[in-house]
Design a protein around this ligand. Structure first.
Ligand code: PAF
Length: 280
């Protein structure tokens, strides 16, 4: 695997590859890789001649300094994992490369970035859109791969690509789960053993809500029952548990053909998110 930390040498390398061999698939990450990330790499490899992964913990998308400081950084392990799956190129720039001249550019996605995650992480999606725009300009991929776990992020990036006319096709890759259903996340590494067990409530509660919806129970009853379950649990703090339309993430009162359950909350100090696509 070729590893670059500077823009120009990588651009020259990729430019030549693109002319000679075809398409570039791109997997942007913040490192602390797990099998969920590797499924994005594999999806890219199945559709492109070259796969580029980036590892960069982007400071502008953290609205909490402590979360940024504690974000797991495991670069040597990450490189070994990418080598193992034969990723072609890794871009791992520093802040001096990504924000060389500072940056005050802000993005506003209207309701899409003030609802759900946006309510609890103001400015987060602006930071994501900024770094993804920079990465798209640097890597110039044909296809880019994002995880469904960050579904709202995917919708924001879809809008970004559409509005700014980026010449890239986006793919949303299904969530990888642990055997007990917990969605794979770099943040899971910060959970204690007992917190790790409690964290299964996120997926369990969505499965329970999906079953209740199938049984014809009204969404308001389901939502308050699930909230009560979260409230009864020690060390768990729910931020939201919503039923939404996948096209715009507006709240739904019943299942339509494009419905998704979304949940976010804390287990101890660790913030987790998850979601479940529903069938009508
Ligand atoms: O999903 C992530 O890991 C990050 O938000 C991304 C897309 C790499 C931007 O920093």
């Amino acid at each position: 695997m070729q590893i670059f930390s500077e823009i120009e040498p990588m651009r020259a390398f990729l430019g030549k590859l693109k002319r000679d061999t075809g398409t570039i698939g791109f997997v942007p990450t913040m490192g602390a890789l797990h099998p969920g990330h590797l499924s994005l790499v594999k999806a890219s490899q199945s559709e492109n001649s070259t796969t580029v992964c980036s590892i960069y913990v982007n400071p502008t998308q953290f609205n909490n300094a402590d979360d940024l400081a504690k974000y797991p950084r495991t670069i040597d392990r990450d490189i070994a994992m990418l080598n193992e799956v034969n990723c072609d190129v890794l871009f791992c720039p520093g802040n001096d490369v990504m924000y060389e001249s500072g940056s005050h550019i802000k993005f506003d996605f209207g309701s899409l970035d003030t609802m759900l995650e946006g309510r609890f992480r103001p400015g987060h999606f602006s930071g994501v859109a900024l770094v993804v725009s920079k990465l798209f300009h640097i890597v110039n991929p044909d296809n880019a791969y994002f995880g469904q776990k960050d579904f709202q992020q995917y919708k924001v990036i879809e809008k970004l690509v559409e509005d700014l006319k980026f010449n890239v096709s986006l793919r949303c890759i299904p969530i990888e789960r642990e055997p007990d259903g917990l969605a794979m996340s770099s943040r899971n590494a910060r959970l204690s053993l007992s917190q790790r067990k409690k964290a299964t409530i996120f997926y369990e509660s969505m499965k329970q809500a999906a079953q209740m919806l199938r049984n014809g129970i009204s969404w308001s009853v389901i939502q308050s029952e699930i909230k009560a379950t979260f409230e009864s649990m020690d060390e768990i703090r729910l931020e939201y548990f919503e039923l939404a339309d996948t096209s715009n993430l507006n709240s739904l009162e019943s299942v339509s053909d494009k419905a998704i359950l979304l949940v976010a909350g804390y287990v101890g100090e660790v913030r987790l998110i998850d979601n479940l696509l529903l069938e009508a």
